[in-house]
Design a protein around this ligand. Structure first.
Ligand SMILES: O=P(O)(O)OC[C@H]1O[C@@H](O)[C@H](O)[C@@H](O)[C@@H]1O
Length: 293
């Protein structure tokens, strides 16, 4: 793992801040703004220059070490949901509620900036791994999670649980998953996607897909593109009315403002690493409105 970067010696455009009472790093350059909490290495904001925020954040989120932030890009690791056998807690693994360490920070004169944060299994009993999150803000936002096994094989699930901000989830369409099979977590059935994905009720699906998803939002008009590598699954989630109302950190009225398009490897597509082996899963988010790179 890389040598830790001191928060006292950050390049221009990157600052260590306290946001909502938590330690965080803010990137602020000519290309936009990104906020990353050390707790969970959680990317909580990305606002490209001249554009609206791309990531959604609940106004009811917790901001406490040891609790998940609702919105942005939570890291689900080393398991997804309750894990493959359905018996693990905390939900979505401990990475999103554990403080990560700043490893590297770089910014160049074009406004592109990168932060790397690390987490090691030593912080948790019997977990032999190191994890590294690279967050790069250019015209696109690129987030990469690299996991390296220690002296033992390491088997895990992961997701970059991306909450996208939309004008009205009921009007959004997601292209790129046509004919892909998925597990519908609401009735535990395997199904096949026909055409674009639309939200008409609670939606919680794990697709088998390596493809790029395009999210068309006619209300807050823009078209987001979610491209990925090293990921076999795309998870699509919107809690809809009743589930949102039942979650204390999710405003009952907020569900139309978001949809999750998650870059994942989970269930049968979990990752097995031999000792010393690494795997990287990456997502790159952009919009035709503010980027063509
Ligand atoms: O409330 P949490 O733990 O952040 O999870 C939110 C949702 O995350 C999604 O990824 C899962 O597929 C859903 O089943 C889950 O409800």
């Amino acid at each position: 793992m890389s040598i830790e970067q001191s928060a006292d010696n950050l390049p221009q455009g990157i600052t260590a801040v306290t946001e909502n009472g938590l330690d965080a790093f803010r990137i602020e350059t000519a290309l936009g703004t990104v906020l990353v909490y050390a707790n969970g290495a959680h990317v909580a904001e990305w606002t490209p220059a001249g554009a609206d925020p791309v990531l959604w954040m609940s106004k009811h989120s917790n901001f406490q070490t040891g609790k998940a932030v609702r919105g942005g890009i939570p890291i689900c690791f080393p398991w997804f949901g309750p894990g493959r056998a359905g018996d693990l807690t905390p939900a979505h693994g401990f990475a999103r509620i554990t403080p990560w360490t700043l490893l590297e920070a770089e910014a160049d004169e074009t406004g592109e900036a990168r932060l790397a944060l690390g987490l090691s299994g030593d912080q948790h009993d019997a977990e032999d791994f190191t994890a590294r999150l690279d967050v790069t803000m250019g015209h696109a936002l690129t987030v990469s999670l690299t996991v390296t096994a220690g002296t033992q094989p390491f088997d895990y699930e992961e997701a970059l649980h991306t909450y996208l901000s939309v004008g009205d989830a009921r009007k959004v369409s997601i292209d790129g998953l046509d004919q892909d099979s998925y597990l519908d977590k609401l009735d535990d059935q395997q199904k096949v996607q026909q055409g674009a994905v639309h939200f008409t009720s609670e939606t919680d699906r794990v697709y088998l897909s390596t493809k790029t998803a395009h999210i068309t939002d006619p209300v807050h008009p823009r078209r987001l593109r979610v491209e990925k590598t090293g990921s076999a699954n795309t998870v699509i989630w919107n809690p809809w009315m009743d589930k949102a109302a039942a979650m204390p950190d999710f405003g009952a009225e907020e569900w139309p403002e978001m949809c999750c398009v998650e870059t994942a490897n989970c269930l049968a597509e979990s990752i097995y690493l031999a000792p010393g082996e690494s795997h990287t899963m990456q997502v790159r988010i952009t919009s035709e409105d503010f980027d063509n790179h």
